[in-house]
Design a protein. Sequence first.
Length: 131
Amino acid sequence: MNDMTQFNDTAPIYLQIMDTIKRRLISEELKPGQQLPSVRQTAEDMRVNPNTVIRSYAELEREGIAEKRRGMGTFITENKAVIENVRNEVSHNLVSDFVSGMNECGFSAADIIALVQKHIENRTECKQENV
């Protein structure tokens, strides 16, 4: 977690840290069974109070996403079902936020689907051109 995370005012920082870890897990930047950086290291990297990181790690443990190993640190779960649930939760939240924002701007469901399809096609074309 060596990059500076930009926090916003929409949610408590400990939740934003949890979201960052969840996204890194589903993007496979963090692997199942991998040790998380120490509380002190994460607090320094993110420029937050160590108590905030402790709370984030504790909540990740409560959700089954991380586990504390006595004398060793905190590790990402190896439970595939838990990781799949995290993937589903994050994808649901991303889609829900996106659709809500588009609806607020007046886009219909058909408009949203067409725009997403067009965006995917454009990305696919760009990737093929770069190959």
